[in-house]
Design a protein around this ligand. Structure first.
Ligand code: PMP
Length: 388
């Protein structure tokens, strides 16, 4: 196993004085501290079982709430028995591999793809087959590889505002993946932590979940981005035949999540309007932050840095068309007190070393403008060897 890029990135981003564009952490200003305080107080006073062991697949009422929401929000007719609560959606990836992956099994991943997923898949000694999934031509290449005998066990995809690219799959791309899964008998892991964090009101709205287009989908969601990551609460909605197996592995791994945190989350999300209000506040804040970073990068770099403006999520995925290598630039960037993640680790193979991931979620608008300036300084020094 390779050393954890995420761990070193998080440590880096936390160094004092560095503007943190590395970690994909949510804005602390959005955390519902007062609500958590009030609910915690009430639970501890009134619920004698608040600190007790619980159902290892997760608090029943929370799984019921998730199943009901799956059907109203996504059109997935799921029952609570199909839902397993996990220690963040990250643990769902681990449980899925425990249930389905033997060494040498093939997993199709995006190119580039979420580092944390690549890390788990490598731990289980899967063979990774990377294809850019939000790309029609590359989906043709995947189709022909399948026709030619490629037999993946899983395909892993972040359909909305992906980490790291910010890309979203079109309806046709979703339908094609669903058809391929049905035809060739693999499962799709649809990981959707960012779907609600959509910033452009004229983008035509949310597209169908892949889980509504095929029965061979394990759908992952997380409470980390819209609520708070210290809840370490995520969920996987699995096909009926797989859910008990995931539940068994969850039980064997840790006997279930913290029932106390599950109760706190349940109390919050079932308050009328609570989730909608949080999503709206998050959208407003992150739209401003995205726009500040994008404007700063354009102002300082012009056409020396290529990127698409993401319609949601936390990341701008950028590329230096004429160099430098983003791994090499990092030392200079840190010296100028700005962090980012070089793109290399997001590739299962053959990295494009000109790429980098810039996260706009965890810094204020003025800091983001300043971050773009600092990054430009580091870049310009790398070009000329002298300070601009
Ligand atoms: N999937 C993706 C695509 C992510 O970006 C993240 C968080 N960085 C996770 C899963 C894990 O989230 P958590 O475990 O906090 O739910």
């Amino acid at each position: 196993m390779r050393s954890s890029a995420i761990g070193s990135v998080l440590r880096l981003a936390e160094s004092p004085g560095i503007i943190p564009l590395a970690a994909g952490s949510p804005a602390q200003e959005l955390f519902p501290n007062a609500d958590v305080l009030e609910v915690t107080d009430r639970l501890l006073r009134n619920d004698p079982g608040a600190l007790q062991y619980g159902d290892t697949a997760g608090l029943a009422q929370l799984r019921e709430w998730i199943a009901a929401r799956n059907s109203t929000r996504l059109g997935i007719g799921s029952l609570p028995e199909r839902v397993t609560l996990t220690h963040g959606s990250q643990q769902a990836l681990d449980l899925i591999c425990k249930a389905l992956i033997d060494p040498g099994d093939v997993i199709v991943v995006d190119r580039p793809s979420y580092i944390g997923a690549l890390q788990v898949f490598r731990l289980f000694e899967a063979d990774l087959a990377p294809f850019p999934l939000a790309d029609d031509e590359q989906l043709d290449a995947l189709s022909s590889a399948l026709r030619g005998g490629l037999r993946p066990r899983l395909l892993y995809v972040v359909p909305d505002f992906a980490n790291p690219t910010g890309a979203t799959l079109s309806l046709l791309q979703r339908q094609r993946l669903a058809e391929l899964a049905d035809r060739y008998g693999f499962f799709i892991v649809e990981d959707d932590p960012y779907g609600e964090l959509r910033y452009d009101t004229d983008d035509g709205g949310a597209l169908p979940a892949i889980a509504s287009l095929s029965d061979r989908v394990l759908r992952l969601e997380s409470f980390s981005k819209v609520l708070f990551p210290a809840a370490r609460l995520g969920q996987v909605t699995a096909p009926a035949e797989l859910a008990p197996i995931l539940g068994m592995f969850k039980q064997a791994s840790d006997l279930g999540n913290s029932g106390f945190l599950e109760r706190i989350v349940l109390e919050l999300v079932t308050r009328p309007g609570f989730t909608e209000d949080r999503v709206n506040a998050a959208r407003l804040l992150y739209t401003e932050r995205r726009d500040a970073l994008v404007a700063g990068l354009r102002r300082y770099f012009g056409d020396k840095l290529e990127f698409d403006v993401p319609g949601g999520g936390f990341f701008v995925w950028a590329r230096f068309p004429g160099g430098p290598n983003a791994d090499d630039l990092l030392t200079g960037a840190l010296a100028h007190r700005v962090s980012y993640v070089p793109g290399t680790d997001f590739y299962a193979a053959d990295p494009d070393r000109g790429t980098l991931r810039l996260s706009f979620s965890g810094a204020g608008t003025e800091e983001l403008t300043e971050a773009a300036r600092r990054l430009y300084q580091a870049w310009a020094e790398g070009q000329t060897g002298v300070a601009p």
